[in-house]
Each structure stands twice: as C-alpha cells, then as structure tokens.
Design a binder for this molecule. Structure first.
Ligand SMILES: Nc1ncnc2c1ncn2[C@@H]1O[C@H](COP(=O)(O)OP(=O)(O)OP(=O)(O)O)[C@@H](O)[C@H]1O
Length: 306
C-alpha cells in the first residue's frame, strides 16, 4: 500500500507536483496517467525517497521509504532503464545490486529466469536491445521480492511481444497481492493493464477511480443515426428536447441519449433508419477530455497557406 497525502514538489518556479493525495492498493494494477511533464516521474521519485517533497507525506506500507533498513525488500522500481553500467553483463549488474543490498545471490538466478533473460545474462548490457534493458530493469526491481513495485513507463518503445509480456507480469504481480503502480502517458496502454487509474495533469489530481468508472463516467453518450429523412428526424428530435446535429448528408449525431431512445422516436414518427448505433467515446478521447486543459503544448494541424 502506498499512501500520498498533500504531496507538493517545487523546483524553483516550477510546481511539478501540486497537493497530491491518493492511495495505491495491494492486489491491483494501478495506472498512473498524465501527459508529458504532468509530474509522474517526480511523484515516483518522491515515493522512493529519491527526491524530498516540498510538503506532504508519503507512506509505503505504513512507513516512509527512508525508514526501511532493507528498502529493496519492500519496494522495487523500474525508473530509467538507460541508467545501468553498460560495460557489465546482465548477471554482473544484478549480482552487484544483490550484494550491495544484502540479498542472496540465488535471487539473481531466479529473477533472470523470471524475466526470461537466461540467454542474455552472460552478455554485456551495451549490446542489449531496449526490450532486454527493460527486462533487466524489471529483474532488478524484483530482486528483493518486494511487496510494492513501481514501474515508470515500462511499455515505452517495446514491441507487441514485449508489451504483452509486461502486461502479464504486472497482472501476476498484482494477483500475488502486491501493490503495483505503473505510469504511462497513453490511456490506450492502460486500458488492458490497469484495474484503477490515477490521472494527473500539471501535478494535480484529475481522477482516481477504477478504469471502468473513469471510462464510463467520462464517456459522453452519443448516438449516430443515418436516415434518408435527416431534416424530418432532426426536427422531431429537437421538438422533443434532444440535442442533435446533422453531420454529412444523411447522418445525425444525438448527444447524451441511447440508441434505444432515438430508435423508438424514429419509429413513432415513421422515419426509416439505415443505421443506428451508440458511439463509445474512445479511451484516448476520454483521456484528452480529462487532461486537455493541462497539456502545455497541444499538437495543432499545420496551417495551410493558399
Ligand atoms: N530536477 C528538476 N528540476 C527542475 N524541474 C524539474 C525537475 N524534474 C522535473 N521537473 C519539472 O517538473 C515537471 C514534472 O516533470 P516529470 O518528469 O515528473 O513529469 P512526467 O509526468 O514524468 O513527464 P514524462 O511523461 O515526460 O516523463 C516538468 O515541468 C519538469 O520539467
């Protein structure tokens, strides 16, 4: 269990984390989402005691991280897989980590097997692919068999196999009853990965709920309907207080209603329908709606000069 209460972090003028409070529960994968620069890495560093908050408190299983004599047995983290000594072999790197943290060397072999690095453990890290570095970083995080695990953007840059592997691993770790916090700036990545989502933007908490709640709660309900009589249907809809607009040609879009409601109304007035569907807001749209105001730099289509 990780508990943050009123955590704030300033770097000079920059308010990187702004009064953040949330809990990360055991037995679940919690996605930590926010656009670039939202404050995810800073928050993770604060949880790990690598950075001090300007104010507020973080407890890991009831105590500050710094209070643990053997922190690797309590918390494992994958922060920056690029930061390892690349002249060492994978096995050598893990052995150093085990020794300096008072962990038995047999754990090195166990985690190598667990992350599927058996074949590469003898090789120098500088020859590793990104996926292999991620696996090595995860092996290091698992070394102390910790109950709490933090992964900062573990899916970044991985191929589909790598993504699937990480998803399965996160699920297994959570099913073991561990506390798993995994950051991402992409909502779509979290769809199949996270049970809960903590969404931040510009250092502030935007949402903290189950993935389903966030998606359903945000999902503006819309109905798409196609009819050869769009003008008539639009008039009937508007007369009954529906908010509708005509899209291209025969298509209408109806806000905040269900396909049943629209279908029944069309039937009542004898308007033929060629298509009728509820439109699900995509995850990415939901995320943009949540964090839209908090993104510093929006991508805009290039202006076309005539
Ligand atoms: N050491 C630092 N000194 C000054 N500013 C910093 C420092 N670390 C982070 N920041 C600033 O704090 C804000 C949050 O950064 P952070 O890296 O935590 O965001 P993030 O959500 O992890 O982003 P990304 O997805 O890009 O990794 C940014 O504006 C960043 O420039």
């Amino acid at each position: 269990m990780i508990r943050l209460r009123g955590v704030t972090k300033r770097y000079g003028e920059v308010l990187a984390v702004d009064d953040l409070s949330f809990d990360v529960e055991p037995g679940k994968v919690t996605g930590f989402l926010g656009p670039n620069g939202a404050g995810k890495s800073t928050t993770m560093r604060i949880i790990l005691g690598l950075d001090r908050p300007s104010s507020g408190e973080v407890l890991v299983n009831g105590r500050p991280f710094a209070a643990y004599a053997e922190p690797l047995r309590e918390v494992g983290a994958l922060l920056d897989p690029g930061s390892v000594h690349s002249g060492r072999t994978g096995r050598g790197h893990l052995r150093v980590a085990a020794r300096t943290n008072g962990l038995p060397l047999r754990r090195v072999e166990e985690v190598i097997e667990q992350v599927g690095l058996d074949g590469a453990a003898r090789r120098r890290i500088k020859g590793y692919s990104l996926g292999m570095r991620q696996r090595l970083g995860i092996a290091a995080a698992l070394l102390g068999d910790p109950r709490v695990l933090l992964f900062d953007e573990p899916i970044n840059g991985l191929d589909l196999d790598g993504v699937r592997w990480i998803r399965d691993l996160l699920r297994r770790l959570a099913d073991d009853g561990r506390t798993v916090l995994v950051s991402s700036h992409l909502m779509s990545e979290m769809e199949q990965t996270a049970d809960r989502l903590v969404v931040i933007g510009r250092g502030r908490l935007i949402a903290d709920a189950t993935t389903a709640e966030i998606l359903n709660g945000l999902g503006r309900r819309q109905v798409l309907v196609r009819t050869p009589q769009p003008v008539q249907l639009l008039r009937h809809l508007e007369e009954r207080g529906f908010i509708a607009s005509q899209l291209d040609g025969q298509d209408l879009q109806v806000e905040d209603r269900t396909a049943e409601e629209v279908g029944e109304l069309a039937h009542k007035f004898g308007v033929p329908l060629h298509h009728l569907s509820d439109v699900q807001q995509s995850l990415e749209e939901a995320f943009i709606e949540l964090t839209g105001d908090t993104v510093d730099y929006h991508g805009r289509p290039a202006e076309v000069t005539p």
